[in-house]
Design a protein. Structure first.
Length: 411
């Protein structure tokens, strides 16, 4: 929307600029043409007058030449105003005294002896001073260099405006069309190479914020501007860091910080999912519950650091015996659980014995004392213990306490 608004404003500004430029150009051209036309007419009138004067024509014949010149140029006003030397010699014409005094351009021409141009309303006026030459001494009593008269020509600007506009208007329309085409091309390029990538980036960010999905990277187009490519690549890199941080946070929320095993929350979720999968036809599974024997005395005698060392030793022993498909978790202070998939009850019992042996294998030295971890293990299996995860866990818990009681009796 913003780009379209800028495009419309650009077209409007370009149109106004072109119109103002061509109006100024038209005015300048019309004035130049009017000056040239007026100057040409004045020089023609002078040549005619000079020609007939040299032939000795009478005043009436000279007036007739001026009259016919005026008829041939109906849109022009041609005046031949006599100067003081001619007035003294031949007399004045009616109204010429008022022109010499009140007509500013005529009066300025008599004073300055120079050509004058002036725009008055919708007409261009040109005055041409007729200066006494030495060859005119035979007919005039004036001194050479004096002004015998002024030829004043008035040209209507409107008569020149039509032809000029016939040329200027098509040029103005063509220029405006070229500007529109150029702006449209710029609009399309900006739309495809700048706005489209920005829209894609905005949509991608919105999708992430709404769905909280950091898995997808933004596809960076090769035709995008370098700045937007850099922005998109930095955004993808940032999303990668967010994914890594999110995965780390998610992993830490599922792990026991001391042992690195999964925690009780993740174990319970995995157990319920295993029960659902098994109910829907997946393979059976078993749960092993492991409770450390005589763990509290270790804490009491050697301190909590010794207890932590025992827990970490047990976790390491479990990880060394389990398959990648098995899941080990610390579900309490000194309680551990193992979820083993695709395992029969007999295989689970065999795994329990291997784990018991692996847990008791390390020798931990605390001061002058050597401690070997010991544990009680109970097993529950699907579907023998029930079809719910909690049923299997309850069966394993019952078997674990039975094992602990038996081991206490044997000692």
């Amino acid at each position: 929307m913003l780009l379209a608004t800028v495009f419309v404003l650009g077209v409007a500004i370009a149109g106004l600029t072109i119109y103002a430029t061509f109006v100024a150009y038209r005015t300048s051209v019309i004035q130049q043409m009017a000056r040239a036309d007026a100057k040409q007419v004045a020089e023609l009138v002078f040549e005619h007058l000079y020609s007939v004067m040299r032939k000795g024509w009478t005043r009436a014949e000279i007036d007739d030449v001026i009259h016919h010149t005026q008829l041939r140029l109906p849109d022009h006003e041609v005046l031949v105003v006599r100067g003081e030397p001619v007035v003294k010699q031949y007399g004045d014409r009616e109204g010429h005294a008022r022109l010499r005094e009140n007509d500013l351009i005529v009066a300025d021409t008599f004073k300055s002896s120079e050509v004058q141009f002036r725009t008055e309303g919708n007409r261009m006026r040109y005055t041409f001073p007729v200066i006494m030459a030495s060859e005119c001494v035979g007919c005039h009593t004036a001194t050479p260099g004096e002004i015998n008269g002024v030829i004043a020509v008035s040209v209507p600007l409107a008569a020149l405006q039509g032809p000029i506009e016939g040329v200027v208007h098509p040029m103005m329309k063509l220029a405006l069309l070229l500007i529109i085409v150029l702006l449209l091309a710029v609009y399309i390029v900006l739309r495809l190479r700048v706005m489209r990538p920005m829209i894609d980036l905005t949509a991608h960010v919105s999708a992430i914020s709404q769905a909280v999905d950091y898995s997808r990277d933004l596809a960076v187009g090769h035709h995008w501007p370098r700045e937007l490519q850099t922005l998109a690549n930095n955004f993808n890199e940032l999303m990668g860091q967010v994914r890594s941080s999110t995965d780390a946070l998610r992993e830490s929320s599922l792990r026991d910080p001391l042992t690195g095993l999964f925690n009780r929350r993740h174990f319970d979720a995995a157990l319920e999912q295993a029960a659902i999968d098994a109910t829907n036809g997946a393979t059976y599974f078993a749960v092993l519950l492991i409770d450390l024997d005589r763990f509290k005395p270790i804490n009491d005698l050697f301190g909590h650091a010794a207890g932590d060392a025992v827990l970490m030793s047990v976790a390491k022993s479990l990880q060394g015996e389990l398959r990648e498909t098995d899941l080990a978790a610390r579900i309490g202070g000194d309680e551990f659980a193992v979820l083993t998939l695709s395992t029969t009850p007999d295989e689970a019992q065999q795994l329990a014995e291997r784990l018991r042996k692996a847990i008791g294998q390390p020798e931990l030295r605390f001061g002058h004392e050597i401690v070997r971890p010991a544990c009680s293990i109970g097993m529950g299996s699907f579907p023998a213990a029930g079809h719910l995860g909690v049923d299997v866990l309850h069966a394993a818990d019952f078997a674990m306490y039975a094992d602990k009681a038996a081991r206490c009796t044997s000692r």
